[in-house]
Structures are given as structure tokens and as C-alpha cells.
Design a protein around this ligand. Structure first.
Ligand code: HEC
Length: 150
């Protein structure tokens, strides 16, 4: 498989999985709020992912806008996760609150990365590159701090 196609397929898988795992009927509104924040970012990743796979027409402005929106959602992560709220549906690991400094750094890294990449998408190759880098940032935090890994 050509390198670009393989990368798109991989990232397509990441975004589809995250969207499919979004939760409903959560009892704790604070947990629901942080899940909604994550789901909002997953939706923006889908905008970029479907474009990278050629399922939607390439649109640099829409892709750059999606990256900017991921950055502003990422800016809310620290506040939304700060209190150690729980819910039977939550996939948050206790490690978040044992290492909140590190968790916060991961959130800030995503915010800055997405901000830096917003405006750089001008063709399919820069689009796939942005998708890969942001996807790695999402997955890196999930590996350490989320129970259902992706
Ligand atoms: C700083 C760490 C961190 C980063 C960065 C991060 N996530 Fe998450 N994500 C989590 C944690 C923790 C949960 C589990 C929250 C819970 O269930 O209480 C989660 C849950 C989710 C969920 C499930 C939401 C639900 O309804 O259960 C989706 C979808 C998701 N993340 C997508 C993303 C995407 C897309 C990105 C990158 C653009 C991203 N996340 C970046 C930590 C992170």
C-alpha cells in the first residue's frame, strides 16, 4: 500500500473508533461535559479523516478550521478534568489525578500542536501530516489515561 494511503487508512480507523465509543446516559454531568469535549474533537478529526480518505472533497479552509476548533476544545481539557469526578460509564484512569501535571501537559501539547497546524493545510500531503500528528497526540494520552485504548 502506498505510504499516504496506509496513513489515511490508519487514521480513518482511529477516528471511526473514537466516534463509535462516544457515551450516552452518563449520570454525572461533569463526566458528560468532559466526554462531550472529547466527542467534539473526534467530530473535527472525522472532518479531516474523511477528507484524507477522499470521501469528502478536499477543502483546505475547512481542514484548517477543524484544526483550530480542536485547539480551542483542547484548551478546555484541564478545567474539565481537574475535579476527580466519576461515573459508571467513565473510561478515565485514576492516574489522571495522580499525575495531573503530566495530564495537563498532554492537553496543552495538543492545544499548541493543533494551533500550530491550523493554517498549514494546503494540499493532501499537509492534510495527512496534520492528521497523523494530531492523531498521535490523542492516542498518546489515551494510552496512558483512558481505559479503552485506541
Ligand atoms: C490529555 C489527555 C487526552 C487527550 C490529549 C485526548 N484525550 Fe480523548 N479522552 C481522554 C480521557 C481521559 C478520556 C476518558 C474520559 C472519561 O470517560 O471520563 C477520553 C475519551 C475520549 C472519547 C470518548 C468520549 C465518550 O463519550 O466516552 C473520545 C471520542 C476521545 N477521547 C477523542 C479524542 C480525540 C479525537 C483527541 C485528539 C484530538 C483526544 N481525545 C485527545 C484523554 C485525552
Amino acid at each position: 500500500m502506498p505510504r499516504l494511503t496506509r496513513a489515511s487508512a490508519l487514521l480513518g480507523l482511529i477516528t471511526m473508533t473514537t466516534a463509535a465509543l462516544a457515551h450516552q446516559n452518563v449520570q454525572n454531568p461533569a463526566v458528560q461535559a468532559r466526554m462531550d469535549n472529547m466527542t467534539a474533537m473526534a467530530r473535527q478529526m472525522e472532518v479531516i479523516g474523511t477528507m484524507a480518505r477522499g470521501e469528502t472533497a478536499f477543502d483546505a479552509e475547512a481542514a484548517n478550521d477543524a484544526l483550530a476548533q480542536i485547539s480551542s476544545e483542547a484548551n478546555r481539557i484541564v478545567d474539565l478534568f481537574e475535579a476527580p469526578e466519576t461515573d459508571p460509564q467513565s473510561e478515565a484512569r485514576a492516574g489522571i489525578w495522580e499525575n495531573f501535571g503530566n495530564f495537563s501537559n498532554r492537553a496543552m501539547e495538543l492545544e499548541l500542536l493543533a494551533m500550530e497546524l491550523a493554517g498549514t493545510v494546503e494540499d493532501r500531503s499537509t492534510l495527512v501530516q496534520a492528521l497523523r500528528r494530531v492523531g498521535a497526540s490523542c492516542s498518546g494520552c489515551h494510552e496512558d489515561y483512558r481505559i479503552n485504548r485506541d
